[in-house]
Design a protein around this ligand. Structure first.
Ligand SMILES: Nc1ncnc2c1ncn2[C@@H]1O[C@H](COP(=O)(O)OP(=O)(O)O)[C@@H](O)[C@H]1O
Ligand code: SF4
Ligand SMILES: [Mg+2]
Length: 375
């Protein structure tokens, strides 16, 4: 996908397969196609949100971007530098500029290290400041994430969940990164705490010009943070574009299904909900052609045999028929009365309805089988 500003990070054609079920004689019994040809870009001060159901490959993508795992194919660039070409020492230096925030800070923080030592470690590792200035820099980091100076003496278990995530963010910031890859950073937190952490991330982005790759299964959260959105299905991006456009006029049948409705051409049936049927197919045996064809109401023979590509354009959809689908009408939008309202009021009405649907769809659980029903 392309972003309006020059990208600080780019990935092209990333592929990752995992061999699973190695038996007694060492033969893999299957290959999980976790990430299959993903390309992305993110610019300074922007947030690319990657959204998709559990198991679609989001965390694998995150780990590939940091080269925590090796891709089978593809290219990763940070400021134009090819990360895959770096040896271990050079990769360590580059990691200063790309850091990760995980869903579970307990898993990523050393329980035996005080918060102060946790923050001092990357300062030392990357020689960010002279030793004499480290304590002051630790205090500054704590302050930046809204923790008091005395927190430096405390251990991870002495923090609340939200505070622990603040500490994990401070540690990610310590080395002075340009890109933060956040994998479900608020999914384990209460809703009220989620909002605080999202606000903190937004403030830090404004202050420091950070680029975020923000990964979430929660469309409501994505709606709050995204500048650009990538919708992921079974290892592939199926729709990418500016967040406003993707939410206001989704082009891919999967995105439309996630948003809760597939509008139909017949005005009498406008707003009829045709919701996702069936389960996500196993990534051990992804469907040929378009991976969404087993659940798509528009699938035809071509969809079952030929995989559609996602061309690099501002708002793209990997779908043979995206250009022929009926225009998107947000579910719940009062289409009959819409022409009486001002364009601005119509726009507000539509985005409100979309938000409500988003929340409902993801509370219901994205893999639930739901049949067609009137709105
Ligand atoms: N180390 C691994 N070995 C085998 N399969 C894996 C491994 N890591 C992830 N997978 C599989 O790859 C797919 C994508 O997983 P993941 O990236 O964790 O998805 P998400 O973060 O979107 O839930 C899943 O089917 C998962 O079981
Ligand atoms: S390519 Fe075909 S199966 Fe895939 S989303 Fe488009 S219409 Fe549906
Ligand atoms: Mg994950």
């Amino acid at each position: 996908m392309t972003t309006p500003a020059a990208p600080v990070m780019r990935a092209e054609g990333l592929v990752k397969r995992f061999e699973v079920g190695r038996g007694l004689f060492g033969r893999a019994r299957g290959v999980v196609s976790a990430v299959d040809g993903v390309s992305l870009e993110v610019a300074a001060g922007r947030t690319l949100a990657v959204v998709g159901e559990s198991g679609c490959g989001k965390s694998t993508l995150a780990r590939l971007l940091l080269r925590l795992i090796e891709p089978d194919a593809g290219r990763i660039e940070l400021d134009g530098q090819d990360l895959r070409a770096l040896d271990e020492a050079a990769l360590l230096r580059a990691r200063r500029h790309i850091q990760m925030v995980f869903q579970d800070p307990y898993g990523s923080l050393n329980p035996r290290m005080s918060a102060g030592d946790t923050l001092a470690e990357p300062l030392q590792l990357h020689a960010v400041v002279p030793a004499a200035q480290r304590a002051a820099r630790v205090r500054r980091l704590l302050d930046q994430v809204g923790l008091p100076a005395e927190a430096a003496r405390r251990y991870p278990h002495e923090f609340s969940g939200g505070q622990r995530q603040r500490l994990a963010i401070a540690r990610a910031l310590a080395a002075g990164p340009k890109v933060l890859v956040c994998d479900e950073p608020v999914s384990a937190l209460d809703v009220s705490i989620q909002a605080q952490i999202l606000n903190l991330l937004a403030d830090l982005q404004r202050e420091l010009g950070l680029a975020y790759v923000f990964i979430s299964h929660d469309l409501g959260v994505v709606r709050q943070v995204a500048s650009e959105v990538a919708v992921m299905y079974l290892g592939r991006f199926v729709e990418t574009g500016p967040a406003e456009q993707v939410f206001a006029a989704p082009r891919h049948p999967y995105t439309r299904a996630l948003l809760g409705a597939v509008p139909v051409a017949d005005p009498a049936r406008r707003g009829t909900r045709t919701v996702l049927a069936g389960d996500v197919p196993s990534p051990l045996a992804p469907p040929p052609g378009c991976r969404f064809h087993t659940r798509c109401p528009h699938a035809d023979e071509r969809c079952r045999t030929e995989a559609p590509s996602l061309y690099a354009q501002l708002h793209g959809a990997a779908c043979w028929h995206a250009d022929r689908l009926a225009p998107w009408v947000a579910p719940g939008a009062a289409s009959d009365r819409a022409d009486l309202a001002s364009p601005e009021a119509q726009r507000r009405q539509r985005s409100h309805a979309v938000l409500q649907r988003l929340q409902a769809a993801f509370q219901r659980g994205p893999t639930a089988t739901v049949s067609s029903s009137p709105p």
